[in-house]
Design a protein around this ligand. Structure first.
Ligand SMILES: *Cc1c(COP(=O)(O)O)cnc(C)c1O
Length: 438
């Protein structure tokens, strides 16, 4: 790593240069494009982001679970540099190239299940989810799509409709796409009953059968761990039951692993934790180290249904992004980042649980691997406490630790460090967090 792996604060956060750039941003970019922390980055790598003022911040965000292999990861840089000099675009649908096929072969091999698969490439997570729904509708001849409370699937018309949370994702952007139905998620911390997996499953099935009719459902789309919704790991047993219900009723089970994929959760894909095999899996974010790429991987017989020309897009599987993805997959394998993710969880979870003992504002500590969150409450209750999240984040940012919020109630702090973060920075970041809580 060429960037020193240390936190270094030489100005207030944000510093004067970043503030100047922020003023230009405000004059040039619409307010709809928000900014979590307005430090303007000039270089990044390992667990560190450097800004225009010469500060070095500890990264607990990975650009929202994208730079799992670290920023400017060496194998990614090397492949992309060679590719950019060779050719930058032909359009795979016009004159193809090998790296696209290699990425698809790799994903067919690495995603859960040993059935025959096909993969195609698009540009964003939302585009992958939209395409999964297109394939499921085509293959089943059905229209309805079932999604879950707290789900997040993107910002296009269909995927914003699939998303649960109104503000900020949907407010004012209706009317929404038709034939989308939402059912309960087995959210352990907030489920009112004793047995969230059984009870949420029963309610979901009841709604499907009474309100939609299972024979009308093309796809069930679910995140194996709800990301934007607050890193909600569904109660054990819930995902396998839903997958089984889909199998029994000819419904395409779509796993949205856009945030959970590529070693983030301590498995290559989060579905592996309970041995769930999706019919279609959507991936993006961590796939290409920051270059825009996403994939739809599914059962060959479903995917091959669609007529030639029915799927695709101008930039999907751009050669630079494909080379980056191959560099990411090599890095995950050769540096055993699945094990690194588990190790990060083993360091973070006990420290956060110890903080929970000390600070009653922490209602829940959860997550797997390097996808970890704390849910903040008004002490002694389960009432969401988004103000405390904002306060903690403000203090962390001022100390040079990049952390993000999440959650339907805005009361979750989420941690997504790059899997290559050195342990001393992980420990230092946790120390800053602890200080912010006290
Ligand atoms: C980020 C995300 C998306 C949308 O991906 P984009 O690349 O932003 O379109 C979809 N699903 C999940 C689970 C995500 O976290």
């Amino acid at each position: 790593m060429s960037i020193p792996q240390e936190r270094r604060l030489v100005t207030a956060i944000p510093g004067p240069k970043s503030q100047e750039l922020l003023a230009r941003k405000q004059a040039a970019v619409p307010t709809g494009i928000g900014t979590t922390l307005p430090v303007f980055v000039t270089r990044a790598g390992g667990g560190v982001l450097e800004d225009a003022d010469g500060n070095a911040l500890i990264d607990f965000g990975s650009g929202i679970a994208v730079t799992n292999v670290g920023n400017a990861a060496p194998r990614v840089v090397e492949r992309v540099q060679k590719q950019v000099a060779d050719f930058t675009h032909t359009c795979f649908m016009v004159t193809p190239y090998e790296s696209y096929v290699q990425v698809c072969e790799k994903l067919n091999q690495l995603t859960p299940g040993d059935h025959e698969k096909r993969t195609f490439l698009v540009n964003s997570g939302a585009e992958a989810v939209e395409n999964a729904v297109k394939v499921a509708r085509y293959a089943t001849g059905r229209q309805a799509v079932v999604v879950f409370d707290h789900g997040y699937h993107g910002r296009t018309l269909l995927t914003m409709t699939l998303t649960a949370k109104n503000m900020p994702y949907k407010q004012g952007f209706g009317p929404y796409a038709p034939e989308v139905y939402r059912v309960p998620l087995a959210y352990p911390f907030r489920w009112p009953g004793e047995n969230p997996a059984e009870e949420a499953y029963a309610q979901a099935v009841d709604m499907i059968e009474k309100q939609i009719g299972a024979q009308n459902v093309a796809a069930v789309v679910i995140e194996p761990i709800a990301g934007e919704g607050g890193f909600i790991e569904p109660a054990k047993g819930f995902l396998p039951k839903i997958a089984q219900y889909c199998r029994d009723n000819g419904i395409v089970f779509v796993a949205d692993e856009v945030q959970t994929g590529f070693a983030r959760t301590g498995d290559l894909f989060a579905c592996e934790d309970e041995g769930v095999v999706p019919d279609i899996i959507c991936t993006a974010k961590g796939i290409a180290g920051g270059l825009p790429l996403a994939a739809v991987t599914g059962r060959a017989e479903l995917m091959d249904e669609v007529h030639a020309g029915g799927l695709g897009g101008t930039y999907g599987g751009n050669p630079l992004a494909c080379e980056a993805a191959l560099g990411v997959l090599e890095t995950i394998e050769q540096d055993d980042l699945v094990a690194r993710a588990r190790r990060i969880g083993e360091i973070m979870l006990p420290r956060l649980r110890a903080m929970q003992e000390r600070f009653p504002v922490i209602g829940d500590v959860r997550g797997r691997g390097a996808m970890i969150a704390v849910e903040l409450v008004e002490p002694g209750t389960k009432n969401p406490n988004p103000a405390a999240v904002q306060e903690v984040i403000k203090r962390c940012h001022a100390e040079g630790l990049v952390v993000l919020s999440a959650g339907t109630y805005g009361n979750v702090l989420r941690f997504l460090p790059p899997l290559v973060i050195p342990e001393h920075l992980l420990e230092e970041g946790l120390g800053i967090l602890e200080k912010a809580f006290s």
